[in-house]
Ligand binder design. Structure first.
Ligand SMILES: *Cc1c(COP(=O)(O)O)cnc(C)c1O
Length: 378
């Protein structure tokens, strides 16, 4: 660089910024609803891009949120989500110290990677799954080995084959976002048996509460058998608290004691902690949400069939659909009809979109928008 043209005091970013940060593309979130509605001239926007629960939080959590005393906003929350961890311990028959609560499960991903990886280490996960595992590794300077999905599912054999002496963590999304595929309890146990404690195995159960198949494993019940297992759960999806940002991990006490060293105290606010405690007791909410998802799927599949679209019908509150044209174009076209979906080139599924299953009114708007966009194209 020509030194003479540099403004004095301007940081020398070329020297200051690590190469792996320079190489990383920042994530661009969508604009807020009011801004988007003004841009596209729509009075109503249906967000089907983030797999949120359209029923909102459970009734008990609503009550907590509605009556939260304003003076409490001035007070720091419990630094280790004390009451929530006690409630989780009771619920899952574990010790409170086996839980670590984060600002969304997203933060827990960072905790685990920071706790176990050092320069030269790597993680192993799938190429087409929740991208945050790969992103946190990449912008922290660690390699993410990405194993291709097999028949839209995590490939256990190929993941085991990809492990090397510097592999610290294996991330498995169960069921997988975005394909909805899952490992059965038998398959997960076989995988854990073969890893045999050499790596930390994270099983992300962000959508676990949506799965009703009897062979789907409850990770919490496997912790006793596999001390290298770490389970992620979130209040963002089934429990409808995405806006409050709260999730957690569970594992063996010795492992969680290590992970706890890397977490920043006070990252989880007091309202989120109290709403989460209340949300956990509401079984009716889970039943109602599952019914809503079943109905949304039943209404949407015939529409997709009629439009001649291919889809992957898996577990979870979302559906992956293949379009006969580019997904970024589909995103813009559907948005102009007031429907936001997730374009999937970022998941390495170009020409596919992911749709969150939601209320009948939203599914109807989506069906109409899809029909308009498809018929316009072909
Ligand atoms: C949504 C999601 C999460 C976590 O979300 P938070 O809102 O950060 O709790 C984690 N994993 C997967 C696969 C998800 O889809």
């Amino acid at each position: 660089m020509n030194r003479g043209t540099q403004t004095p005091g301007r940081p020398d970013l070329d020297r200051l910024v690590p190469e792996y940060v320079k190489a990383f593309q920042p994530y661009t979130p969508s604009k807020p609803d009011d801004v988007l509605c003004r841009m596209i001239g729509c009075s109503r926007l249906y967000r089907l891009n983030n797999n949120e629960n359209p029923l909102g939080p459970p009734a008990a959590a609503r009550a907590v949120i509605g009556s939260y005393p304003p003076p409490r906003a001035a007070i720091y929350p419990s630094g280790d989500a004390y009451h929530l961890r006690c409630r989780l311990a009771e619920r899952f028959g574990l010790h409170p110290d086996q839980f670590l609560v984060g600002n969304g499960a997203n933060e827990a991903i960072a905790f685990v990677i920071k706790a176990f990886c050092q320069e030269g280490d790597n993680i192993v996960t799938a190429d087409r799954t929740f991208a945050v595992y790969e992103w946190v590794a990449a912008f922290s300077g660690f390699t993410a080995h990405l194993v291709p999905l097999k028949d839209f599912a995590f490939d256990d054999e190929a993941m085991l084959a990809r492990i090397d002496e510097r592999t610290k963590i294996l991330f498995v999304c169960n069921p997988n976002n975005p394909t909805g595929s899952y490992w059965t309890e038998q398959q997960l146990r076989r995988f854990l048996d073969r890893v045999a404690g050499r790596q930390i195995v994270v099983v992300d159960e962000a959508y676990g509460e949506f799965v009703e198949q009897s062979d789907f494993p409850d990770g919490m019940r496997l912790l006793g058998d596999y001390p290298n297992l770490v389970i992620f759960r979130t209040f963002s999806k089934m429990y409808g608290l995405a806006g409050l940002r709260i999730g957690y991990l569970a594992g063996d006490r010795a492992v969680v004691d290590v992970i706890r060293r890397t977490c920043v105290v006070y990252s989880v606010n007091g309202l989120a902690q109290e709403a989460a405690v209340a949300a956990l007791s509401d079984e009716e909410h889970i039943t109602a949400t599952r019914e809503l998802i079943r109905a949304a799927k039943a209404s949407l599949l015939p529409v997709l069939d009629q439009l001649g679209l291919t889809y992957v019908n898996g577990e979870g509150n979302f559906l992956m659909v293949r379009l006969p044209f580019n997904d970024a174009l589909a995103y813009r076209r559907l948005l102009s009809h007031g429907v936001m979906i997730r374009s999937m080139a970022g998941f390495r599924f170009p020409n596919w979109i992911r749709i969150s299953l939601a209320l009948p009114e939203a599914m109807q708007a989506l069906a109409e928008a899809l029909a308009a966009v498809i018929n316009h194209e072909s």
